[in-house]
Design a protein around this ligand. Structure first.
Ligand code: G6Q
Length: 552
C-alpha cells in the first residue's frame, strides 16, 4: 500500500501542476538558456534529452523526493538480489542475471544461478553458430535457409522486433520468420514458397501449453512430415521452454532444446534462450554485444544518482505525465524503419507490466497506473496521426528515438530522417501562436481578413512534451541498451504505483473463455444455453453465416 510519504510526495507534485501549466514551454526555454543542459543526461554515446517535458527544477526535485519516498532504490536492489518481488506468482525477477557480466553470483533460494545461465547460453549460442554456418542440416542433408520462430507474446515480440531491428547484421542467405497468430493465415502465408528440406522451426514457449503456439507447431510438424517425412521432425525442430518434459513429448531431440527459468518473465525473456532466433540472425558475438548493452544499463540503473539516472527519470516523468498532468497515452516514435516493431514490443512490456488495478496488498490503486502505449516509426506517422498530436484536444507525450548515423542506409536519407525527428520535437514544444499564423498567411499572399479567419486553424498551442533519445548508431549493443532502459523505466513506475509489474493475470481470463468457446464454435450442434445473450446471439449468427456459405 502506498505509504504516507508517497502520498505526500504525490500531493506536493499535484500542487505544482498549475504553476507549470501557466507558463509555455517556449517561455521556459527563453527564461532558462541552460535548460537543455539541466534536463538531459549523456551516457557515453546515448543522450536522453527531456528538456521539452513540462517540468522545472522544483518539479524535478519533487520527483526525486517521490522516488525516495517510494524507496525505488531499495526495491531495485531487492530485484537484483533475487528476492521474490513478483509476489502473486512467488517468483524472483532476474532477467538481469541473463546479462550479468560482473562475475558475481546471483542467488535464487540460496543457489547461484549464474553457472546454469552461462552454460545454457553457451549451448544456445553454439547451436546458433551451427545453424548460421550450415552445420545444422535438414533430413536431406541441406543447410537451413529459413528459420521460423513459432511463439506468441513474450516468446515472439522480443526476437521478432530485435531480428528486424538488427537485420543489417544478418547473413542475406538465412531468412528469419516469425509466426505467432492462431489465425491460420499467419503460418499459411509464411510457409508458402518455402522448402521444407531447408526450413528449421523453433518452437518457443515458456509453458509449452499456449494454444496458439501448440496449434502452429502441430501445423508445422504436419508440413515437415508431408514434405520430408515423419523421421525429419528430428532434424527440423528446436525448442525453447522451461517445460523440458513437455518438449520431449513433442519429439524434439534433447540437444536442440534450450531452457530458461521461471524467474524470467515472458516479456523480459529476449535475453534468454528465447533470443535464439536473434542469435542465429546476428551470430553469437553480436548477441553477446546485445547482452552487454543491457548490462551497461543495469550498471547505470544501479549506480547513477536519481537525478542522472536515465531509466528512473523516464519512469518519474511518466508518473508526472500520467498522474499529475493526466495524460492517458504515451507514444513511442522511432525514427528508424527497422525499429518498426519496437512500439509493439514496448506496448507489451509496459501495458502488461503496469496495466494493474490493485496495489501489492490487493487494495485498489490510489492513482492511475500504466498509460496506453502505442506508436509507429517516423517519418510515416507524421503523415498520419501526428495531426492529433499537434492540434488535437489530447496531449500525448512522445518518446522520439533516432541514431546519429545510419546502419547500412543512405546518408542523405538519414540527414532528412534526423531533421524530421528534431523538427517534430521542436514544433510540438514551440508551437505557433494565432498572431504568428496570421502574419505568415498574410505574407504568403492572403488578405488580412482571410489570414485572420485562418489563424485559429493554422495555430499550434505548443508546450506538448517530448523526450528525445539520440544515439550514435543502432547496433546490437545499442538495442540492448534501449530495451533495458525501458525495462527499468517500467520497474520505476511500478515501484511508485506499488503494483506487481511482473504478473499478468489480465491475459488469463480471455484464454480460459476461448478454450471453453472453441468447441461451441467448431461444432454447430453444441449447446449455447449457458452463454450470455450476446455471445449466444453471435454464435447463432455465425452458424447462420456458415450455413448460408455451405448452402450457397
Ligand atoms: C509475457 C506474457 C505472455 C507470454 C505468452 C506466451 O510476459 O506472459 O505474453 O509470453 O502468453 O507464453 P508461453 O511462452 O508460455 O507460450
Amino acid at each position: 500500500m502506498a505509504t504516507k510519504a508517497t502520498l505526500t510526495a504525490l500531493a506536493k507534485l499535484t500542487g505544482m501542476r498549475e504553476g507549470v501549466l501557466a507558463r509555455t514551454a517556449r517561455a521556459d526555454f527563453a527564461d532558462h538558456p541552460d535548460r537543455f543542459k539541466t534536463f538531459s543526461v549523456t551516457l557515453d554515446d546515448l543522450l536522453f534529452d527531456y528538456s521539452k517535458q513540462r517540468i522545472d527544477a522544483p518539479v524535478l526535485a519533487a520527483l526525486v523526493e517521490l522516488a525516495k519516498a517510494c524507496e525505488v532504490e531499495a526495491k531495485r536492489e531487492a530485484m537484483f538480489a533475487g528476492e521474490k518481488i513478483n509476489i502473486t506468482e512467488k517468483r524472483a525477477v532476474l532477467h538481469t542475471a541473463l546479462r550479468n557480466f560482473s562475475g558475481e553470483p546471483v542467488r535464487v533460494d540460496g543457489q547461484d544461478v549464474m553457472p546454469e545461465v552461462i552454460s545454457t547460453r553457451e549451448k544456445m549460442l553454439s547451436f546458433a553458430a551451427d545453424v548460421r554456418e550450415g552445420r545444422v542440416r535438414g533430413a536431406l542433408g541441406q543447410p537451413m535457409t529459413d528459420v521460423i520462430n513459432i511463439g506468441i507474446g513474450g516468446s515472439d515480440l522480443g526476437p521478432a522486433m530485435a531480428t528486424r531491428a538488427l537485420s543489417p547484421f544478418a547473413p542475406p542467405k538465412l531468412r528469419s520468420h516469425f509466426v505467432s497468430n492462431v489465425d491460420g493465415a499467419d503460418i499459411g502465408d509464411t510457409l508458402r514458397g518455402l522448402d521444407p528440406s531447408r526450413t528449421l522451426f523453433i518452437v518457443s514457449s515458456k509453458t509449452f501449453t499456449t494454444v496458439e503456439t501448440m496449434t502452429n507447431a502441430a501445423t508445422a510438424r504436419a508440413w515437415i512430415t508431408q514434405g520430408v517425412g515423419e523421421a525429419a521432425v528430428h532434424d527440423h525442430f528446436a525448442a525453447v521452454s522451461t517445460q523440458l518434459d513437455k518438449v520431449a513429448q513433442f519429439g524434439i531431440q534433447p540437444t536442440r532444446v534450450f531452457g530458461f527459468w521461471d524467474w524470467v518473465g515472458g516479456r523480459y525473456s529476449i535475453w534468454s534462450s528465447i533470443g535464439l532466433p536473434l542469435a542465429i540472425a546476428i551470430g553469437p558475438d553480436r548477441f553477446n554485444e546485445f547482452l552487454h548493452g543491457g548490462y551497461e544499463i543495469d550498471q547505470h540503473f544501479r549506480e547513477a544518482p536519481i537525478e542522472r539516472n536515465i531509466p528512473i527519470l523516464m519512469g518519474l516523468l511518466s508518473v508526472w505525465n500520467r498522474n499529475v498532468l493526466g495524460h492517458a497515452t504515451h507514444g513511442v516514435i522511432p525514427y528508424d524503419q527497422r525499429l518498426g516493431r519496437f512500439p509493439a514490443y514496448l506496448q507489451q512490456l509496459q501495458m502488461e507490466s503496469n496495466g494493474k488495478h490493485v496495489q501489492l496488498d490487493g487494495s485498489p490503486a490510489n492513482t492511475a497506473t500504466g498509460p496506453v502505449v502505442w506508436g509507429e516509426p517516423g517519418t510515416n506517422g507524421q503523415h498520419a496521426f501526428f495531426q492529433l498530436i499537434h492540434q488535437g484536444t489530447e496531449i500525448i507525450p512522445l518518446d522520439l528515438l533516432v541514431a546519429a548515423t545510419p546502419t547500412d542506409a543512405d546518408a542523405h536519407h538519414h540527414d532528412l530522417l534526423v531533421a524530421n525527428c528534431l523538427a517534430q520535437g521542436q514544433a510540438l514544444m514551440h508551437g505557433r501562436t494565432p498572431e504568428e499564423a496570421e502574419a505568415i498567411t498574410h505574407k504568403q499572399g492572403a488578405t488580412e481578413a482571410e489570414a485572420r479567419r485562418l489563424a485559429p486553424h493554422k495555430s499550434f498551442s505548443g508546450s506538448r512534451p517530448t523526450s528525445t533519445f539520440l544515439y550514435r548508431r543502432l547496433d546490437p549493443r545499442m538495442l540492448g541498451r534501449l530495451i533495458a532502459l525501458y525495462e527499468h523505466k517500467v520497474f520505476t513506475e511500478g515501484a511508485v504505483w506499488d503494483i506487481d509489474s511482473f504478473d499478468q493475470w489480465g491475459v488469463e481470463l480471455g484464454k480460459e473463455l476461448a478454450l471453453s468457446l472453441a468447441p461451441v464454435v467448431a461444432d454447430k450442434a453444441a449447446g449455447t444455453a449457458a452463454l450470455d445473450a450476446s455471445t449466444a446471439g453471435l454464435v447463432a449468427h455465425l452458424r447462420g453465416l456458415r450455413g448460408a456459405e455451405a448452402g450457397g
